[in-house]
Design a protein around this ligand. Structure first.
Ligand code: ADP
Ligand code: MG
Ligand code: ZN
Length: 618
């Protein structure tokens, strides 16, 4: 039986700005301070930890958005320790759970876990302990499929609840609920049953990655009520971002980059395929680097060995698929290089986030060419892309909506393409906007390639184009995604566009003359300005979702009535464009027509030189 999430209004209460959660006068404050010091060995709390703990201890549903490494675990482990009863923790990966339990047991906090592939006798033993009135466990970890598939577990929880012993329900890595996230886990969608069965038990949902739509999805799917949200800035000021053109000389470029900027320092190179990992590692060894590779088809012992070598600085560089990185806490990673296109901005942000945990300056360099987009897209369609460990092995289980999953993947990938092709806007702004965060590019202080470019920009009035795009969204009934609207605007003659051509007759092809990427940048700008809104639409009983562009009726008035001008910065036109072609020319009618031309322009070459200068001038 499929659990269908109820459609509820998504409302949040902002917790971060509410002083009451900082208070030191809660009945549990003394205990909290003492246990944080004595049991966990911490001198103080990190940003938002105390606030989150106070809110969940007060019985509210709480949603926590905190960067990786920010200290989310403490916000439920400490409450679990000082609350009567047991805390249920849903976590997506057995290896993560085992790691947590090891740490808890070391600190003398009794904890256990249940997973689907555990011996029956072992499970029985844990169930027996849970039934006992003197249950010793403070935390019980389970994987999501355990909740979805085990009636025995639900009965246990009901029994604990009826005895007043179910203190709290924690959903770790909560973004897995959402198909918008880069780690969609079908079994997470069934977790809404917990709030249905135990409406009075506080739920604490934690994640490091959530866009506005992921957030709405999570709150809705879990059925959180009057949820208090705590979030903090995702900006990482010590990371320097740049995008470089990827050519045939890519590995030489990488070698040069490392030797000039991070010689003998520690870094990760993310590669698309297992084969790439091995090839890149081999080449770097030839160039004299201490490099090795890490991917999903190595056996666990081999992987553990490589990871250990890397942690102990016996090797500097690890060439890995996204399978590498979960739970890695190495503080002195000086660079994260993407050898090919990441699959989403969220994934990219998280992978980059593994650099510079110690706060020291670190580099994030992405090598991009358009043909990688075709390659990733093809691999996604074949289901052969290596997933992060969170998602591996769980895709097929939700086949009813697998087309949707694919569409979402492509949408995420296209956003990454448009990030790479953007030569103007601050990289931080582009990433943070994606997490629903406002950011003033002046605060970048030239720590990204676009902000540090000497290339002059010109301001352009794009009000007319903006108005046309808004009209187009309205004329087509506010039913379509950004990429669809762009196709109509650029005058695509593909089947799906033709179908809706009559609605938008006058505007079909109105944007033909625009330079590549311009229309999509303008749409993104309108979304940032809240004039257009990217909405999610639940489309069937499986709760699958798609992105729909809508018009914010109140904000759009000024634009439509001619009282608002939209001014944007564009790179000043360069004289001659170098003519170099990438190895694959995209087929006509590809999803985003204005991206159909691979970007290998002059400005890019300039940018590359400047980045070299920038990074070596440290
Ligand atoms: P997240 O789940 O947010 O990625 P973790 O909960 O795994 O982060 O914590 C990351 C690291 O930070 C852990 O090693 C943890 O012990 C440490 N940590 C968490 N809170 C504090 C604190 N208040 N003081 C010092 N160290 C902390
Ligand atoms: Mg965590
Ligand atoms: Zn910038």
């Amino acid at each position: 039986e499929v659990f269908t999430p109820k459609l509820i209004d998504v409302k949040y209460i902002e917790g971060s700005s509410d002083k009451r959660w900082k208070s030191m006068d809660f009945p549990w404050t003394k205990k909290l301070e003492a246990n944080n010091r004595k049991v966990f060995g911490n001198h103080s709390f990190r940003p938002n930890q105390r606030e989150v703990i106070n809110a969940t201890m007060s019985g509210y549903d709480v949603f926590v958005l905190m960067p990786t490494g920010g200290g989310k675990s403490l916000t439920y482990q400490l409450p679990a320790l000082i609350s009567p009863g047991i805390t249920l923790v849903i976590s997506p990966l057995v290896s993560l759970i085992q790691d947590q339990i090891m740490h808890l047991l070391q600190a003398n906090i009794p904890a256990a876990y249940l997973s689907a592939n555990m011996e029956w006798a072992e499970q029985q033993e844990i169930f027996r302990e849970l039934t006992s009135s003197l249950c010793k466990y403070k935390l019980l970890y389970v994987t999501p499929e355990k909740v979805a598939k085990s009636d025995a577990l639900l009965r246990q929880l009901e029994s604990l609840h009826s005895r007043g012993s179910l203190a709290r329900i924690v959903i770790d890595e909560a973004h897995c609920v959402s198909q918008w996230g880069h780690d969609f886990r079908p079994d997470y969608q069934g977790l809404g049953i917990l709030k249905q069965k135990f409406p009075s038990t506080p739920v604490l949902a934690l994640t490091a990655t959530a866009t506005a739509s992921v957030k709405a999805d999570v709150v809705q799917a879990l059925g959180l009520v009057n949820c208090i949200i705590f979030r903090q800035s995702f900006n990482r000021p010590n990371l320097w971002y740049s995008v470089m053109p990827k050519t045939k000389k890519c590995l030489e470029d990488i070698d040069k980059f490392i030797k000039e900027n991070h010689f003998d320092e520690c870094g990760i190179i993310y590669c698309l395929s297992r084969m790439d990992c091995e090839k890149v590692a081999e080449k770097l060894q030839e160039y004299g680097h201490k490099a090795s590779f890490y991917h999903g088809s190595m056996d666990p012992a081999q992987r553990a060995f490589v990871q250990k070598q890397w942690s102990k600085d016996e090797i500097n560089i690890i060439c890995a698929t996204v399978a590498f990185g979960m739970g890695i806490n190495k503080p002195d990673v000086r660079f994260v290089i993407h050898h090919s296109l990441p699959k989403s901005i969220e994934g990219y942000h998280q992978e980059c986030g593994r650099a510079g945990r110690d706060g020291q300056r670190s580099s994030c360099v992405l090598y991009y060419n358009y043909s990688d987009y075709i390659r990733v897209k093809y691999m996604l369609s074949q289901g052969v892309v290596e997933q992060s460990p969170l998602t591996s092995g769980s895709r097929g289980a939700f086949s009813a909506s697998s087309d949707r999953v694919f569409e979402t993947n492509i949408e995420n990938l296209l956003r990454m393409v448009s990030y790479c092709e953007n030569e103007v806007d601050c990289r931080r702004l582009l990433q943070l906007v994606h997490f629903g965060e406002k950011f003033d590019p002046a605060n970048c202080r030239k720590t990204c390639d676009n902000c540090s470019k000497m290339v002059s920009c010109t301001e352009k009035d794009v009000t007319d184009i903006a108005r046309q795009l808004v009209e187009l969204v309205l004329l087509t009934g506010q039913h379509y995604s950004t990429s669809h609207i762009l196709e109509v605007y650029r005058g695509s003659m593909s089947q799906i566009v033709k179908k809706h051509r009559h609605d938008a007759l006058s505007l079909h092809g109105a944007g033909k003359h625009l330079a590549k990427g311009e229309a999509s940048r303008i749409i993104r700008h309108l979304v940032i300005d809240d004039i257009l809104v990217e909405d999610i639409k639940k489309s069937d009983i499986y709760g699958s979702v798609s992105s729909v562009l809508k018009v914010n009726q109140t904000k759009v008035q000024r634009l439509r009535s001619g009282n608002q001008a939209i001014i944007m910065r564009f790179p000043a036109p360069t004289k001659a464009s170098r003519t170099s072609k990438s190895d694959i020319t995209p087929a006509k009618g590809s999803l985003l027509p204005e991206m159909a031309c691979p970007q290998q322009s002059d400005t890019n070459g300039q940018a590359q030189n400047e980045i070299d200068l920038n990074l070596s001038a440290k």
